[in-house]
Every structure is written in structure tokens, then in C-alpha cells.
Design a protein. Structure first.
Length: 388
């Protein structure tokens, strides 16, 4: 690649960044803004991949790049950008590793998080939280070798998980929707940490579940597979578009034991209820680094209040002896342990139950925190309670 082309790429990145930068600390929908910027018809596919990586690198390392002159900004982002075929020439031309010397990773997380999750500031967690999360898949087939054969035929690098037999990390960018494996419902995109939640609970085959906040159904599909064809899962959510996607995913996976419900029947008595609660999303910062800069303690507190309401509402449809599973993709104690403590202090007919698998994480008093560094995941929390 010629020096002139590389200089043009540098100037184009700076132009895009200066258009984006005023919105980074304000706009929770920043990915849509980035996508709009990259629709420029003069960009080829490799250009878009390069500029996307550079822009997200700058967002991820915002406190390190803010206020720098353009020459240093471009050089620092080149240094920090991920290694790939489409970033290699840019990095070789402009990277300056000396600019990273003396910079503190602790500045790459908002200061208010320290009170909510001091563990996030451990060196290994800081390193993980400030790198892009990988793409994890969940296998939905008894013959995974046919999935692996297709990936190998497409020259995609992948790595099966060491802790869950059905989890696979895809190491290359890939058009999964074009694969036979996807079209036949043999794979679903689901982070390994998300898969760990139900595995930690120990789902009983043939049981009857309510997935109260199902969304597009990642855990719903996993749950339907775990309970088996005799069990069933009722799935509800306030977002109609998400439930439409869930229907399509269930159809593709060939799962017949999922029922979409607007609200659980008033006389329902489920064996188990999953409240995968809407949250601040602090556990997804590896995938959505812009959320680091526009999430506030007030937003965390507002989510916690909503989460307490959801637990109270859906605890009513459990049979005696049934289990209530609470999960978030949050790092924040206010949304995790504190919500469970508040619930148990009011609803004394419930008692905490230890998870059945920890995956190497330490059990907390009221649940299990899944942090990114150990297994290269997003961050999650899960707690289990039983109705007496």
C-alpha cells in the first residue's frame, strides 16, 4: 500500500473521528451513528472494516485520546487497534508504542464503577474489559463435527470452549447467516458467559419454565434444549420486535416447546422462572465501549428499582418449591447482590440457593459474578432462590 493511500486513510479517519467525538459521551445509540458515517459510497469493504476498527478503538480508549493533537491521536489509535490484515499497513505506518508508556488502564473505566465493582480494576479484568469481546456460538446439534467441517471449508479459525461442550469461539470475522449451520439451526450466537448462567443453575429436564424477559431469546432457546421435548418454556417480553425474532430463531432451531405469552396466566405455577432483567449493560462494555461513557450512577439506580419490581411481579407465578433465577449483564453490585438482598428482606418465603457450577469463580453470598478475564466473556451475574 502506497504512502499516499495510507495518508489518505489517516486523514479520513481523523475526519470521521472529529464528526463522531462530540457524541461519544452522550449518545447511547452511537453504533448507529458510526454505521451511518461508514455508508460513504467512496469506501470499499476493507475501508469500512479499517475505519470501524479505528473508531471503536478511539471510543474504547476515549480518556487516552481526548485532547490530543491529530498526529498523536492517529498514532495512538494505530498503536492500540486490533491486529488484522486490514489494519496491518495502517499500524505499521503510523503506530507509536511510546505514546502508550505511562498511561493508566484504570482511566479507561469510569471512576464511579470502583464503588460498584472493585474487582473490575484488577489488572487482568482491566485488560479484558478494554479489549473487544470474541464471538461465541452455542451448538444446537448432536453432531458438531459437521459445523466444524463447514468452518474449516471456509478457512475460519475457531476454538471450542474448555468449560462448556456446546460453546465455540469464532476467531475470524464471518458471515454466519450464509452458512448451512446457521440456516439449519445448528448454531446460535450467544456469549459464553450467557451460556454459563443456565448451566450454573442446573436446569432440571422436563421442567416448566417462564422466561419473563426473553428478548430475542438467546437463553430461551438454550433453556428449551435443556428441559427437553417434554418440558416447556413460556417466553414473554414487552418488546414485540424481539419476540418476533425469537419466533424466527425457534423455528430455525426446530424447537417446538416454546410458547410466546404476553403475560403468564394468572393461575400459573411454574417449576422455575428466569428473570433475565433489563440492566445498565455494564457487562457488555467489551462489545459496546461507548456505554462506558454515557452510563451514569443514576441510570444504574433506576435499573435496580425496575429489577426489584420485576422480581416481585414474577415471583408470584412459582409453585412452592420452585426456583427463581435472576440474571443480569451488569458489573454493578446495585443491580446484582443488592437487588437480591432487597428482595429476600421483603419476600421471606424465598431462600437463596447455591449455584451448581461456578466455572472457577468464587461464590458470593447471594449469587455468582461471571467476570471477563477468566474465560474471555462478557460480564454477568446470576442468583438462584427457592420458594419455600
Amino acid at each position: 500500500m502506497t504512502p499516499a493511500i495510507l495518508q489518505n486513510q489517516r486523514l479520513t479517519f481523523l475526519r470521521l473521528w472529529h464528526r463522531l467525538a462530540p457524541s461519544v459521551r452522550l449518545d447511547r445509540n452511537l453504533p448507529a451513528r458510526i454505521q451511518e458515517l461508514l455508508r460513504d459510497r467512496s469506501f470499499g469493504s476493507r475501508d469500512r472494516r479499517l475505519y470501524r476498527e479505528l473508531l471503536y478503538t478511539a471510543v474504547r480508549h476515549l480518556p487516552w485520546v481526548e485532547g490530543r493533537p491529530d498526529d498523536e491521536l492517529a498514532a495512538l489509535v494505530a498503536t492500540l487497534a486490533g491486529e488484522s490484515a486490514f489494519t496491518a499497513p495502517f499500524k505499521e505506518q503510523f503506530a507509536r508504542p511510546d505514546l502508550v508508556a505511562g498511561l493508566s488502564r484504570e482511566n479507561l473505566l469510569p471512576g464511579w464503577l470502583r464503588a460498584e465493582c472493585p474487582e473490575a480494576f484488577a489488572p487482568d479484568q482491566l485488560a479484558a474489559l478494554n479489549t473487544r469481546a470474541p464471538l461465541w456460538l452455542r451448538l444446537q446439534t448432536p453432531t458438531p463435527e459437521k459445523v466444524f467441517a463447514e468452518f474449516q471449508a471456509r478457512s475460519w479459525d475457531f476454538k471450542p470452549s474448555k468449560v462448556l461442550a456446546d460453546a465455540v469461539k469464532l476467531l475470524d470475522e464471518a458471515d454466519l447467516a450464509a452458512t448451512t449451520a446457521y440456516k439449519q439451526g445448528w448454531i446460535e450466537i450467544q456469549d459464553l458467559g450467557s451460556q454459563m448462567i443456565l448451566e450454573a443453575v442446573g436446569v432440571v429436564p422436563e421442567s416448566q419454565w417462564l422466561d419473563a424477559c426473553a428478548g430475542a431469546g438467546g437463553k430461551t432457546l438454550q433453556l428449551a434444549g435443556l428441559v427437553g421435548p417434554i418440558g416447556w418454556v413460556d417466553a414473554g417480553d414487552i418488546r414485540a420486535a424481539a419476540l418476533f425474532e425469537l419466533r424466527e430463531r425457534a423455528r430455525r432451531a426446530g424447537l417446538k416447546n416454546i410458547r410466546i405469552v404476553a403475560e403468564p396466566p394468572v393461575d400459573a405455577t411454574y417449576d422455575a422462572v428466569l428473570v433475565d432483567a433489563p440492566c445498565s449493560g455494564t457487562g457488555t462494555w467489551r462489545r459496546a465501549p461507548h456505554l462506558k461513557w454515557c452510563t451514569t450512577p443514576t441510570a444504574v439506580a433506576n435499573h435496580a428499582a425496575w429489577q426489584r419490581e420485576l422480581l416481585a411481579r414474577y415471583s408470584r407465578v412459582l409453585r412452592p418449591g420452585g426456583i427463581l433465577v435472576y440474571a443480569t449483564c451488569s458489573l454493578c453490585r446495585s443491580e446484582n447482590e443488592a437487588v437480591i438482598e432487597a428482595f429476600l428482606s421483603v419476600y421471606r418465603r424465598f431462600a437463596p440457593v447455591a449455584v451448581t457450577r461456578t466455572f472457577g469463580f468464587a461464590r458470593g453470598r447471594h449469587g455468582l459474578a461471571i467476570l471477563p478475564a477468566r474465560h474471555d466473556t462478557d460480564a454477568f451475574f446470576v442468583a438462584v432462590m427457592q420458594r419455600k
